[in-house]
Design a binder for this molecule. Structure first.
Ligand code: NAP
Length: 249
Protein backbone atom coordinates (compact mmCIF):
# COMPACT_ATOMS: atom_id res chain seq x y z
CA UNK A 1 0.00 0.00 0.00
CA UNK A 2 1.23 3.50 -0.84
CA UNK A 3 1.73 5.81 2.14
CA UNK A 4 3.27 9.22 2.64
CA UNK A 5 6.59 9.16 4.47
CA UNK A 6 8.61 12.00 5.97
CA UNK A 7 12.36 11.47 6.33
CA UNK A 8 14.31 14.18 8.15
CA UNK A 9 17.95 14.97 7.40
CA UNK A 10 17.40 13.31 4.02
CA UNK A 11 19.61 15.51 1.83
CA UNK A 12 22.48 13.04 2.19
CA UNK A 13 23.86 10.00 3.99
CA UNK A 14 21.55 7.58 5.79
CA UNK A 15 18.53 9.87 5.39
CA UNK A 16 18.92 10.10 1.60
CA UNK A 17 19.32 6.31 1.29
CA UNK A 18 16.25 5.81 3.49
CA UNK A 19 14.18 8.25 1.44
CA UNK A 20 15.16 6.44 -1.77
CA UNK A 21 14.41 3.06 -0.20
CA UNK A 22 10.96 4.08 1.05
CA UNK A 23 10.19 5.47 -2.41
CA UNK A 24 11.28 2.16 -3.94
CA UNK A 25 8.92 0.46 -1.46
CA UNK A 26 6.13 2.46 -3.15
CA UNK A 27 5.70 5.41 -0.79
CA UNK A 28 5.56 9.12 -1.56
CA UNK A 29 8.39 10.80 0.34
CA UNK A 30 8.81 14.25 1.87
CA UNK A 31 12.55 14.89 1.93
CA UNK A 32 13.14 17.25 4.85
CA UNK A 33 16.47 18.92 5.51
CA UNK A 34 17.85 22.24 6.70
CA UNK A 35 18.57 23.37 3.16
CA UNK A 36 15.69 22.85 0.71
CA UNK A 37 17.96 22.99 -2.35
CA UNK A 38 20.12 20.14 -1.00
CA UNK A 39 17.01 18.11 -0.15
CA UNK A 40 15.98 18.75 -3.76
CA UNK A 41 18.73 16.48 -5.04
CA UNK A 42 17.31 13.51 -3.13
CA UNK A 43 13.77 14.35 -4.25
CA UNK A 44 14.91 14.68 -7.87
CA UNK A 45 16.63 11.26 -7.73
CA UNK A 46 13.40 9.70 -6.46
CA UNK A 47 11.34 11.36 -9.19
CA UNK A 48 13.87 10.34 -11.84
CA UNK A 49 13.28 6.75 -10.70
CA UNK A 50 9.52 7.11 -11.18
CA UNK A 51 8.65 7.89 -7.53
CA UNK A 52 6.86 10.82 -5.89
CA UNK A 53 8.78 13.20 -3.65
CA UNK A 54 8.87 16.77 -2.43
CA UNK A 55 11.83 18.64 -0.92
CA UNK A 56 11.05 20.68 2.18
CA UNK A 57 13.50 22.96 4.00
CA UNK A 58 13.03 22.90 7.78
CA UNK A 59 15.03 22.91 11.00
CA UNK A 60 13.56 20.03 13.01
CA UNK A 61 14.38 21.76 16.30
CA UNK A 62 12.09 24.71 15.39
CA UNK A 63 8.44 24.05 16.31
CA UNK A 64 6.98 26.47 13.73
CA UNK A 65 9.17 25.08 10.95
CA UNK A 66 8.13 21.53 11.89
CA UNK A 67 4.43 22.41 11.83
CA UNK A 68 4.81 24.06 8.43
CA UNK A 69 6.83 21.15 7.02
CA UNK A 70 4.31 18.52 8.12
CA UNK A 71 1.42 20.61 6.78
CA UNK A 72 3.19 21.00 3.43
CA UNK A 73 3.93 17.27 3.19
CA UNK A 74 0.24 16.56 3.87
CA UNK A 75 -0.91 19.11 1.25
CA UNK A 76 1.46 18.01 -1.49
CA UNK A 77 1.66 14.24 -0.94
CA UNK A 78 -1.24 13.28 1.36
CA UNK A 79 -1.41 12.72 5.13
CA UNK A 80 1.99 11.51 6.38
CA UNK A 81 1.76 8.22 8.29
CA UNK A 82 5.43 7.16 8.15
CA UNK A 83 8.04 9.25 9.99
CA UNK A 84 11.77 8.63 10.09
CA UNK A 85 13.56 10.90 12.58
CA UNK A 86 17.06 10.83 11.11
CA UNK A 87 18.35 14.45 11.20
CA UNK A 88 21.46 14.66 13.31
CA UNK A 89 24.63 16.57 14.12
CA UNK A 90 27.85 15.92 16.00
CA UNK A 91 29.54 18.36 18.38
CA UNK A 92 32.08 15.96 19.91
CA UNK A 93 34.39 16.91 22.76
CA UNK A 94 35.60 15.50 26.05
CA UNK A 95 33.32 16.52 28.91
CA UNK A 96 35.75 19.01 30.45
CA UNK A 97 36.01 20.85 27.12
CA UNK A 98 32.37 20.57 26.04
CA UNK A 99 30.66 23.95 25.63
CA UNK A 100 27.06 24.39 26.76
CA UNK A 101 26.09 25.33 23.21
CA UNK A 102 27.47 22.00 21.95
CA UNK A 103 25.39 20.11 24.50
CA UNK A 104 22.25 22.16 23.74
CA UNK A 105 22.51 21.94 19.94
CA UNK A 106 22.95 18.18 19.89
CA UNK A 107 20.05 17.61 22.28
CA UNK A 108 17.92 20.09 20.29
CA UNK A 109 18.39 18.48 16.88
CA UNK A 110 18.18 14.81 17.88
CA UNK A 111 15.80 14.80 20.84
CA UNK A 112 13.69 17.95 20.57
CA UNK A 113 13.57 17.44 16.79
CA UNK A 114 12.26 13.88 17.12
CA UNK A 115 9.75 15.00 19.76
CA UNK A 116 8.43 17.89 17.64
CA UNK A 117 8.21 15.83 14.46
CA UNK A 118 6.53 12.89 16.22
CA UNK A 119 4.02 15.15 17.94
CA UNK A 120 3.09 16.80 14.62
CA UNK A 121 2.88 13.58 12.60
CA UNK A 122 0.98 11.50 15.17
CA UNK A 123 -2.16 13.58 14.53
CA UNK A 124 -2.23 12.24 10.96
CA UNK A 125 -1.35 8.72 12.10
CA UNK A 126 -4.09 8.62 14.74
CA UNK A 127 -6.62 9.90 12.16
CA UNK A 128 -5.54 7.16 9.76
CA UNK A 129 -5.49 4.46 12.45
CA UNK A 130 -2.08 3.41 11.09
CA UNK A 131 1.45 4.70 11.45
CA UNK A 132 5.16 3.95 11.66
CA UNK A 133 7.78 5.99 13.51
CA UNK A 134 11.45 5.05 13.25
CA UNK A 135 14.06 6.95 15.25
CA UNK A 136 17.77 6.85 14.42
CA UNK A 137 19.66 6.00 17.60
CA UNK A 138 23.29 4.83 17.60
CA UNK A 139 25.69 2.38 19.21
CA UNK A 140 26.94 5.55 20.95
CA UNK A 141 23.83 5.30 23.15
CA UNK A 142 25.81 2.63 25.02
CA UNK A 143 28.45 5.26 25.86
CA UNK A 144 31.26 6.70 23.76
CA UNK A 145 34.30 8.77 24.68
CA UNK A 146 33.98 12.38 23.51
CA UNK A 147 30.24 12.11 22.89
CA UNK A 148 28.50 12.89 26.20
CA UNK A 149 25.95 15.06 24.36
CA UNK A 150 25.39 12.66 21.44
CA UNK A 151 25.28 9.52 23.62
CA UNK A 152 22.72 11.16 25.92
CA UNK A 153 20.59 12.19 22.92
CA UNK A 154 20.78 8.74 21.30
CA UNK A 155 19.94 6.98 24.59
CA UNK A 156 17.12 9.49 25.08
CA UNK A 157 15.74 8.55 21.66
CA UNK A 158 15.46 4.95 22.84
CA UNK A 159 13.31 6.05 25.80
CA UNK A 160 11.21 8.26 23.51
CA UNK A 161 10.74 5.34 21.12
CA UNK A 162 9.49 2.97 23.82
CA UNK A 163 7.11 5.61 25.19
CA UNK A 164 5.70 6.40 21.74
CA UNK A 165 5.16 2.66 21.25
CA UNK A 166 3.19 2.47 24.51
CA UNK A 167 1.11 5.61 23.91
CA UNK A 168 0.35 5.17 20.20
CA UNK A 169 -0.02 1.41 19.88
CA UNK A 170 -3.78 1.53 20.37
CA UNK A 171 -4.04 3.71 17.25
CA UNK A 172 -2.24 1.24 15.01
CA UNK A 173 1.04 3.15 15.26
CA UNK A 174 4.36 1.40 15.94
CA UNK A 175 7.57 3.12 17.05
CA UNK A 176 11.01 1.53 16.79
CA UNK A 177 14.63 2.63 16.78
CA UNK A 178 17.48 1.65 14.50
CA UNK A 179 20.88 2.03 16.16
CA UNK A 180 23.63 2.05 13.52
CA UNK A 181 27.23 1.22 14.17
CA UNK A 182 29.91 2.69 11.91
CA UNK A 183 28.35 3.88 8.64
CA UNK A 184 30.35 5.47 5.81
CA UNK A 185 28.85 8.97 5.46
CA UNK A 186 29.87 12.62 5.66
CA UNK A 187 29.36 12.34 9.45
CA UNK A 188 32.09 9.71 9.87
CA UNK A 189 34.23 11.54 7.29
CA UNK A 190 34.04 14.65 9.49
CA UNK A 191 35.06 12.59 12.53
CA UNK A 192 38.14 11.29 10.68
CA UNK A 193 39.05 14.86 9.69
CA UNK A 194 38.65 16.07 13.27
CA UNK A 195 40.97 13.27 14.45
CA UNK A 196 43.48 14.03 11.66
CA UNK A 197 43.22 10.51 10.19
CA UNK A 198 42.84 9.94 6.40
CA UNK A 199 39.29 8.68 5.78
CA UNK A 200 40.42 5.45 4.05
CA UNK A 201 42.63 4.54 7.02
CA UNK A 202 39.80 5.42 9.41
CA UNK A 203 37.45 3.09 7.47
CA UNK A 204 40.00 0.26 7.42
CA UNK A 205 40.62 0.62 11.16
CA UNK A 206 36.91 0.55 11.93
CA UNK A 207 36.31 -2.48 9.67
CA UNK A 208 38.89 -4.51 11.63
CA UNK A 209 36.76 -4.15 14.79
CA UNK A 210 33.49 -5.20 13.10
CA UNK A 211 32.60 -8.92 13.02
CA UNK A 212 31.30 -8.90 9.42
CA UNK A 213 34.63 -7.36 8.36
CA UNK A 214 33.41 -4.15 6.78
CA UNK A 215 31.94 -0.79 7.71
CA UNK A 216 28.25 -0.18 7.10
CA UNK A 217 26.73 1.64 4.15
CA UNK A 218 23.65 3.91 4.24
CA UNK A 219 21.65 1.23 2.39
CA UNK A 220 22.29 -1.20 5.28
CA UNK A 221 20.39 1.16 7.57
CA UNK A 222 17.71 1.96 4.98
CA UNK A 223 16.90 -1.77 4.74
CA UNK A 224 16.29 -2.00 8.50
CA UNK A 225 14.14 1.15 8.48
CA UNK A 226 12.18 -0.28 5.55
CA UNK A 227 11.37 -3.40 7.57
CA UNK A 228 10.03 -1.39 10.54
CA UNK A 229 7.89 0.68 8.12
CA UNK A 230 6.44 -2.35 6.36
CA UNK A 231 2.84 -3.56 6.72
CA UNK A 232 4.16 -6.86 8.07
CA UNK A 233 5.98 -5.25 11.02
CA UNK A 234 2.75 -4.17 12.74
CA UNK A 235 3.40 -6.38 15.80
CA UNK A 236 6.97 -5.13 16.27
CA UNK A 237 7.03 -2.03 18.45
CA UNK A 238 9.22 -0.35 21.04
CA UNK A 239 12.30 -2.20 19.80
CA UNK A 240 15.87 -1.05 19.31
CA UNK A 241 17.66 -2.82 16.47
CA UNK A 242 21.44 -2.47 16.48
CA UNK A 243 22.62 -2.55 12.86
CA UNK A 244 26.34 -2.68 13.45
CA UNK A 245 27.79 -5.73 11.71
CA UNK A 246 27.87 -7.62 15.00
CA UNK A 247 26.16 -7.88 18.38
CA UNK A 248 25.57 -4.72 20.43
CA UNK A 249 23.12 -3.58 23.04
P1 NAP B 1 25.00 13.21 7.82
O1 NAP B 1 25.60 12.67 6.57
O2 NAP B 1 25.73 14.25 8.59
O3 NAP B 1 23.53 13.77 7.44
C1 NAP B 1 22.72 14.37 8.41
C2 NAP B 1 21.70 15.25 7.72
O4 NAP B 1 20.88 15.86 8.74
C3 NAP B 1 22.36 16.40 6.93
O5 NAP B 1 21.76 16.50 5.65
C4 NAP B 1 22.05 17.61 7.80
O6 NAP B 1 21.90 18.81 7.07
C5 NAP B 1 20.72 17.22 8.40
N1 NAP B 1 20.41 18.05 9.57
C6 NAP B 1 21.25 18.44 10.57
N2 NAP B 1 20.62 19.23 11.44
C7 NAP B 1 19.33 19.35 11.00
C8 NAP B 1 18.19 20.04 11.48
N3 NAP B 1 18.24 20.79 12.60
N4 NAP B 1 17.04 19.95 10.78
C9 NAP B 1 16.99 19.23 9.64
N5 NAP B 1 18.03 18.54 9.13
C10 NAP B 1 19.20 18.60 9.80
O7 NAP B 1 24.65 12.06 8.86
P2 NAP B 1 24.45 10.46 8.69
O8 NAP B 1 25.75 9.82 8.95
O9 NAP B 1 23.69 10.18 7.44
O10 NAP B 1 23.54 10.18 9.98
C11 NAP B 1 22.11 10.16 9.93
C12 NAP B 1 21.57 9.77 11.30
O11 NAP B 1 22.13 8.51 11.70
C13 NAP B 1 21.95 10.76 12.40
O12 NAP B 1 20.89 10.85 13.34
C14 NAP B 1 23.16 10.11 13.04
O13 NAP B 1 23.33 10.53 14.37
C15 NAP B 1 22.78 8.64 12.94
N6 NAP B 1 23.93 7.74 13.00
C16 NAP B 1 24.94 7.79 12.08
C17 NAP B 1 26.02 6.91 12.19
C18 NAP B 1 27.18 6.90 11.20
O14 NAP B 1 28.13 6.13 11.42
N7 NAP B 1 27.15 7.69 10.14
C19 NAP B 1 26.06 5.98 13.23
C20 NAP B 1 25.03 5.96 14.15
C21 NAP B 1 23.96 6.84 14.02
P3 NAP B 1 23.17 19.77 6.76
O15 NAP B 1 23.97 19.05 5.76
O16 NAP B 1 22.55 21.03 6.22
O17 NAP B 1 23.89 19.96 8.08
Amino acid sequence: MTRTAIVTGAARGIGAATARRLAADGHAVAVVDLDESQAGATAAAIEAGGGRAVAIGADVSDADAVAAAVARAADELGAPTILVNNAGILRDNLLFKMAEADWDQVIAVHLRGAFLMSRAVQAHQVDAGWGRIVNLSSTSALGNRGQANYAAAKAGLQGLTKTLAIELGRYGVTANAVAPGFIETDMTRATAERMGVPFEAFLAGAAKEIPVGRVGQPDDIAAAVSFFCSEGAGFVSGQVLYVAGGPRG
